[in-house]
Ligand binder design. Structure first.
Ligand code: ARG
Length: 456
């Protein structure tokens, strides 16, 4: 079939070239944005006297009908079309004849695709933001529930100091809050209309770009036409924001996988979010968390692909840019699924507080507090640190723990030790004494929860 863009060419393109060139397989998901953009364009053309109002009405009515037909399934998108822009225009012209051919006045697919993609991604960012907030709320609720559940806090994956499980969860709530903020920032820059930049240089028609942008709800317009059609910064920004978000989810996934192991036994995921093994009947695997961890790699890949695709492109549009869509759609879909699964997985997660506590009681995670005890009694911290270390070494050697080591033994190391030392190294005391702003005490966790809920 003759191509709409067959201006100077007469020969047909090869079937393979058509397939290679086609983007309808993935850009058809922007049909709503494409039609909404075209309706705004038709109105603008009429307002400026470039076409008649009666023609604009015919165009808009039929475009609305096409939208309705696609949404309801009455009109199937033809996968043989080159892209969604061509498909909509072809259907329009086949239905209303010559008037349909007027729609593309003072417009190019270059500004059209840039417009559609911005509108589509802005909606998706909105949805992702809502879901990320739901996940933050789920984490915060769990944190509140377990704000007094003691667990070992780790550095180097070695037991370090006691913390509350709620504190650990709130750390992730804070990360995700920054993700929400990053997405809002990205959306702010995305919210600029490129329509009217045309192919690359603007147009000789007396268009009103502000009117068109306003109808579509944009905050402003691209002020350089070359930039307007070739800017994909917003794609890259979104991909990097989603890479960071996935990295956060991946870290939490890794912890959940560890915590679910027999070795840790800190949490048990709901059956709804685990799988079994076809051969080992005892297995309960955290596949969802593993998949999120694995899929994080894909999103990074999408970011790298977009950066690499753009780096050598001269201004303005090049067909390479058609490659912007699959990656960013994949990243958005992947992040949306991962967040969705996480909301359910976190809110149904069973926390085994006894095991956490047992783990906290081993590993001398109150050794810092023992040193602090001596420091408060007047000993310089470095000396106290040394003594505390020697006592730990003694305990390890003799299979003892700090909590039950007799006072006489302590006194062999320093006269400053008194009966009250046991109170100071009690795990609950250790945690609740860490009442500095942002610390792990219950009071501090409550403040964090209040802060996060206030923002949500
Ligand atoms: N399908 C194309 C894309 O996604 C639309 C723009 C085509 N423009 C062009 N000059 N061939 O980039």
């Amino acid at each position: 079939m003759a191509k709409m863009w067959a201006g100077r060419t007469a020969g047909d393109t090869s079937k393979l070239a058509d397939e290679f060139n086609s983007s309808i397989g993935f850009d058809s998901r922007m049909y709503k944005e494409d039609i909404r953009g075209s309706i705004a364009h038709a109105r603008m053309l009429a307002k400026q006297g470039i076409i008649e109002w009666s023609e604009a009405d015919t165009l808009c009515d039929e475009l609305a009908r096409i939208l309705d037909d696609i949404t309801s399934g009455r009109l199937e998108i033809d996968m043989n079309a080159e892209d969604i822009h061509m498909f909509v225009e072809e259907v329009l012209t086949s239905r209303i004849g010559d008037v349909g051919k007027k729609l593309h006045t003072a417009r190019s697919r270059n500004d059209q695709v840039a417009l559609d993609l911005r509108m589509y991604l802005m909606n998706r960012v909105e949805e992702l933001t809502i879901d990320t907030k739901k996940l933050i709320a789920a984490l915060t609720d769990k944190a509140e529930e377990y704000k007094e559940a003691i667990m070992p806090g780790y550095t180097h994956l070695q037991r370090a100091q006691p913390i509350m499980f709620g504190h650990h969860l709130m750390a992730y709530a804070m990360m995700l809050l920054r993700d929400v903020d990053r997405m809002a920032d990205c959306k702010r820059r995305m919210n600029i209309s490129p329509i009217g930049c045309c192919a690359l240089a603007g147009t000789t028609y007396d268009t009103d770009r502000y009117f068109e942008a306003e109808q579509l709800g944009f905050d402003g317009i691209a002020l350089n036409s070359l930039d307007g059609v070739s800017d994909r910064d917003y794609v890259i920004e979104l991909l990097s924001d989603l890479s960071i978000l996935m990295m956060h989810l991946s870290r939490l996934s890794e912890e959940i996988i560890l915590w679910s192991s027999w070795e840790f036994g800190f949490v048990e995921l709901s059956d709804a979010y685990t799988t079994g093994s076809s051969i080992m009947p005892q297995k309960k695997n955290s596949d969802m968390a593993e998949l999120v961890r694995g899929k994080t790699g894909r999103v990074y890949g999408d970011l790298m692909a977009a950066l690499t695709m753009l780096k050598g492109l001269p201004l303005a549009y090049n067909k390479d840019m058609q490659e912007d869509k699959e990656g960013v759609f994949d990243a958005v879909d992947t992040a949306a699924m991962s967040i969705g699964v996480f909301i359910g997985m976190i809110s149904t997660m069973n926390v085994k507080t006894e095991n956490m506590k047992k783990a906290a009681q081993r590993g001398f995670i109150n050794a810092t507090d023992l040193a602090d005890y001596l420091t408060k009694k007047g000993m310089p911290f470095r000396s106290a640190y040394k003594i505390s270390g020697s006592i730990v070494a003694y305990c390890i050697e003799n299979n003892e723990v700090l909590e039950t080591l007799p006072l006489e033994k302590y006194k062999e190391y320093s006269d400053l030790f008194e009966e009250d030392l046991y109170e100071d190294i009690d795990l609950y005391t250790c945690v609740n004494k860490r009442n500095s702003v942002g610390g792990t005490s219950v009071q501090s966790i409550e403040q964090q929860i209040k802060y996060v809920r206030g923002l949500l």
